[in-house]
Design a protein around this ligand. Structure first.
Ligand SMILES: Cc1nc(NNC(=O)[C@H](CC2CCCC2)CN(O)CO)c(F)c(N2CCN3CCOC[C@@H]3C2)n1
Ligand code: NI
Length: 188
């Protein structure tokens, strides 16, 4: 089971490398890594488990963050709908994820972003695409194409950045961290 000690921190060169495509069929090890990453997110969102295991909350995790240089990410974006609190908005282990198209419109999280590999606050808006069309393979190798918007779109972009050695603060305007061009959606 993954805990915070398995997550590498800024300064580790792996976070600045480009991860390799995953080949199919997956090895059992690769399947386990994917499942362990998703389990970490679920544990981190469970108050008891998070406290017991001393986990920081997470809604996404990329394999390079556990020093695995492969193009695989896990996402567990909880429901925003109080009517169906137990149905995640977007959840799964995505292999070889790729943004195949995106909106002209940009968006950012109103509270900025953090990262489990960054043990400090870096304030500022992280401007990303508001909507994306995402292609990825599931653990059987089947290719899926989905359109994401708002919170799930932001999370997936943060994770795919990790596969390309990009950190969230690379997107922050260092001169004016909270500067926004017209038309950028602020997601709260
Ligand atoms: C937005 C948010 N970011 C949290 N952490 N950062 C992360 O997930 C990093 C990835 C996210 C940073 C911004 C976009 C992607 C991890 N990253 O570094 C992976 O590359 C949260 F924990 C969190 N939530 C809201 C939902 N809540 C449900 C109940 O449990 C607590 C949980 C807290 N929302
Ligand atoms: Ni991160």
């Amino acid at each position: 089971m993954l805990t915070m000690k398995d997550i590498i921190r800024e300064g580790n060169p792996t976070l600045r490398e480009v991860a390799a495509e995953v080949e199919f069929p997956l090895s059992d090890a690769e399947k386990k890594i994917g499942n362990d990453m998703l389990e970490f997110l679920a544990n981190s969102q469970d108050p008891e488990k998070a406290e017991e295991l001393e986990l920081r909350g997470g809604v996404g995790l990329a394999a390079p963050q556990i020093d695995v240089k492969k193009r695989m990410i896990a996402v567990l974006v909880p429901s925003m709908d109080p009517e169906n609190p137990d149905v995640p908005e977007f959840s799964g282990v995505l292999y070889n994820p790729k943004i195949v198209s995106h909106s002209v419109q940009d968006a950012c999280l109103g509270d900025g972003e953090g990262c489990l590999s960054v043990d400090r606050d870096v304030p500022g808006y992280v401007v990303r695409h508001a909507r994306i069309t995402l292609s990825y393979q599931d653990e059987t190798g089947e290719t899926h194409k989905v359109r994401l918007k708002n919170y799930p779109a932001i999370v997936v972009q943060h994770e795919i950045d990790h596969l390309n050695g990009v950190m969230f603060y690379d997107h922050i305007n260092s001169k004016n961290p909270f500067e926004l061009k017209d038309g950028v959606l602020i997601l709260d």
